[in-house]
Design a protein around this ligand. Structure first.
Ligand code: NDP
Length: 328
């Protein structure tokens, strides 16, 4: 089978030669294990962190091994009582056409009402990230104004829609007029600021006349610097990601004094550390997706070989919605 391994560690932006496409042999299927053929790979910003050696909340990706990553696919053979041939399952098989995983690391999914790919996005880890940050950190009340950066993306698009359902005013930040139009017209946000248009501070003030009660921060940098001074007293920030800094750019917080003057709470979180909440969150998200009340958009790269380029693009905003790779 074919797979992509980490060939070398990037400095700054990842380059195609940091990755290598190669053939590998499947291991023998052991007791409790399942052979999966991947239909979709998930490409996610956190993978940039794993590629580097810097200290983080998770282990560094080993050079020469399959790139880490979430996958959705079909059971081809099983020595685990909970999985049968033909079942669909989400797992962490990485950037590969197929692989063997312990059944305990797989989640069986029902694709009757939800397409398989959505279990890697809005009905999976990114959706769960939105759900956790909104409900457990931002805790908005009806009428609150919430701000979401990377608003057209996998996580951000869900945050704003869920906040709207709770009666909030949802304001997004996204890169470019097409993404902003989508965020307002399709996702139903009240406003979206194009940070590339050059009037970030003024546009943000105009879109948040009553200030901001809670922020879902995905990006860091200029957008976050513009947002902190607009926070209302006792505002909350769910610090989810700082993608503007993943390739090495400085994302230090400039307007720190507003944390004091507005008595803010800023809390970082890692969604995979709250697994006990996943059944509840995924249940709610799945029901909303199945009934058409939670919209999402995907950018799909066509084959395994295109994964590195798609990943490099994700770190520059070339994706529009959840970035996937389709293998079948
Ligand atoms: P998205 O689908 O939002 O894709 C990434 C988006 O980030 C791009 O489309 C782009 O949007 C924006 N972006 C990329 N590079 C830059 C840059 N240099 N400066 C500003 N914006 C940039 O990804 P996800 O929804 O999967 O992830 C969103 C965030 O959530 C990331 O920071 C990620 O690390 C974080 N995350 C955190 C988790 C946790 O447990 N804490 C779990 C999952 C995700 P645009 O064109 O609008 O700029």
């Amino acid at each position: 089978y074919q797979r992509i391994v980490l060939a070398s560690r990037p400095r700054g932006e990842p380059q195609p030669d940091n990755f290598r496409l190669e053939s590998a042999q499947l291991p023998e299927l052991g007791d409790g294990q399942v052979l999966i053929r991947n239909h979709y790979l998930s490409l996610d910003p956190y993978m940039r962190g794993r590629m580097s050696e810097a200290k983080s909340y998770a282990a560094t990706q080993v050079i020469g091994e399959t790139m880490i990553g979430g996958t959705a696919g079909e059971v081809l053979a099983s020595k685990h009582p909970k999985f049968a041939v033909g079942d669909m399952a989400v797992g962490m098989l990485g950037w590969a056409e197929m692989g063997v995983a312990d059944g305990a690391t797989l989640r069986k999914v029902d694709t009757t009402h939800i397409p398989l790919s959505a279990f890697l996005g809005v009905a999976g880890m990114p959706g769960m990230t939105a759900w956790y940050g909104l409900n457990h950190i931002m805790k908005p009340k009806a009428g609150d104004t919430i701000l979401v950066s990377a608003a057209s993306g996998a996580v951000g698009s869900a945050v704003g829609q869920l906040a709207k359902q709770q009666g909030c005013r949802a304001v997004g930040i996204a890169g470019g007029p097409d993404k902003c139009a989508y965020v307002v017209n399709e996702l139903g946000f009240d406003a979206c600021i194009d940070y590339k248009a050059g009037n970030l501070v003024e546009d943000l003030a105009a879109a948040t006349p009553d200030g901001i009660d809670a922020i879902f921060e995905n990006v860091g940098g200029a957008g976050f610097d513009a947002a902190l001074p607009r926070m209302n007293a006792f505002g909350r920030v769910a610090l989810c990601g700082m993608i503007a800094g993943y390739n090495g750019d400085d994302v230090s917080i400039r307007n720190m004094r507003h944390m004091l003057t507005s008595r803010l709470t800023i809390r970082g979180f890692i969604v995979s550390e709250h697994l006990e909440l996943w059944p509840q969150g995924l249940g709610e998200l799945g029901a909303l997706v199945a009934s058409g009340k939670l919209k999402y958009r995907e950018t799909v790269a066509p084959d395994l070989a295109s994964a590195p380029d798609a990943f490099i693009g994700l770190l520059k905003g070339r994706n529009f919605g959840k970035q996937l790779v389709k293998l079948i």
